[in-house]
Design a protein around this ligand. Structure first.
Ligand code: ATP
Length: 425
């Protein structure tokens, strides 16, 4: 393992050295585990350090937080803690534990355990390896299930035959890792996965856990690949009874890929898009409105997320029809698109190949959306208008004229305001 440790540099290295110090001082063996170790062996960057501690993960985390002067979030019930560091780095620390599943898809009964128990409760061989963080021990990879061989061969393999039955979310995790790394789910695991799907085990999982796994899938770098494999292996009825995906959804995903790239390249200053939400909306869009609402509330999406999905599904047809015509006035484009989220706008641009619509949306993002008036409330006051709802109406009229190129200067804006005041007085 020495050569892998050499690959850890900078802040990551400092954290691991300090964690090794805590391990020695507190006399609590501690190990790098999970995705961090997997990615270290694969040579993939990962800024989420997973540490498993024999003893108390929480005491260990408190001591490490002190050394690092970092914020600490403790989850007493699970014996875990997260250190939040500046930038991208995160350290998850957990007490090694044993898990028993009292029934299919139930939450496990957790008790203290040793490292071997902790590795045994994990999802796949490639995620069930450990290495001590203490110098001297670090060469030894603890790999009871052959994870390293599976990593080299590109195999996703569960640890025992009841794995999917214990926790069917592993079905979705298997697909996610398989597609992320271009691996293959090995034959017996695939057989058990398909059997679990046939027996409807995904329907037994709580909708919130399904949501979390779906969001992770749609955050992967190629959501289309993920959804295709998901659809082939599981179909999509576990998300919503009538949900199906075919060529039109896949084509839309490809178009979304392009539009997201275009947006991030051209508008780097805008807030980051919730890209997963764009794909998820595209997935749900063919459903009837009532079904969409039912699905989003069952999955427990946040209000803001639900609102963006429903807003697209309710208005996309009308908007696409309207924006596909030649010669739509800039002010009409502005007032139609301005209330929408960027996610909705990007999805509209992806859903239509009409050249006018694409142009209008580009103009909206490049020009209209950033347009500001020269006049202010003070100017209106100076012209004798008393503050009140009338201000907004006047500003909207001036903006409309400005968007349509009818006024261009401060003088022009003031002139128009004088006319408007005369008309309404
Ligand atoms: P990613 O690279 O997507 O962050 P990860 O492997 O780090 O993946 P996490 O969800 O952060 O995944 O979980 C950390 C570790 O916890 C995993 O590597 C795995 O060993 C274990 N784990 C997570 N979810 C499960 C599960 N449902 N069943 C068993 N073990 C799990």
């Amino acid at each position: 393992m020495k050569k892998y440790f050499k690959k850890i540099t900078g802040e990551l290295k400092e954290i691991i050295i300090l964690a090794a110090e805590v391990s020695r001082e507190a006399n609590m063996p501690a190990y790098l585990v999970g995705g961090f170790l997997r990615d270290l062996i694969l040579g993939v960057k990962n800024f989420d350090i997973d540490i498993a501690v024999e003893g108390s993960g929480i005491i260990f985390a408190q001591r490490l937080a002190k050394k690092l002067k970092s914020e600490l979030r403790v989850h007493e019930r699970f014996g875990t803690a997260t250190l939040i560091l500046d930038g991208l780095l995160k350290v998850d620390i957990a007490t090694t534990r044993k898990e028993k599943y009292p029934c299919c898809a139930c939450l496990p009964v957790v008790s203290c355990g040793l490292l071997e128990d902790d590795l045994m409760r994990r999802d796949f061989t490639i995620n069930a390896m450990a290495v001590s963080i203490v110098r001297g021990d670090e060469q030894k990879l603890i790999d009871p299930f052959g994870g390293r061989d599976d990593l080299s061969a590109g195999r996703i393999r569960i640890l025992h035959d009841l794995s999917f039955k214990d926790d069917p979310t592993r079905i979705l995790r298997a697909i996610r890792f398989e597609q992320r790394f271009n691996f293959k789910i090995e034959p017996k695991t695939l057989f058990l996965l398909e059997d679990a799907v046939k027996n409807g085990l995904l329907d037994k999982v709580s909708p919130h856990r399904i949501r979390d796994e779906l969001v992770l899938m749609l955050k992967e770098h190629d959501p289309l690949k993920q959804v295709k494999r998901l659809n082939n292996l599981c179909a999509l009825s576990f998300i919503s009874k009538k949900l199906k995906a075919g060529k039109s959804t896949y084509d839309l995903f490809k178009s979304i890929d392009k539009e997201i790239l275009w947006f991030t390249k051209n508008f780097p200053a805008h807030r980051q898009l919730d890209t997963w939400l764009i794909y998820f909306t595209a997935l749900l869009a063919p459903l009837a409105p009532g079904e969409i609402k039912k699905t989003t509330s069952r999955l427990g999406l946040r209000k803001g997320e639900e609102k963006r999905i429903i807003s697209y599904c309710q208005s996309s047809r009308r908007l696409i029809q309207f924006l596909s015509k030649k010669g739509v006035l800039p002010s009409r484009i502005f007032f139609m698109l301005e209330p929408l989220s960027y996610e909705t706008i990007i999805l509209l641009k992806s859903a239509s190949q009409n050249k006018y619509l694409k142009r209008y949306i580009t103009d909206f993002l490049e020009i209209y959306n950033g347009m500001r008036l020269y006049v202010s409330g003070n100017d209106l006051h100076g012209l004798g208008v008393l503050p009140g709802p009338r201000y907004q109406k006047i500003f909207a009229k001036v903006l409309e004229a400005k968007l349509n190129g009818k006024v261009r200067t401060l003088q022009g804006e003031l002139g128009l305001i004088r006319e408007l005041i005369k008309i309404t007085d």
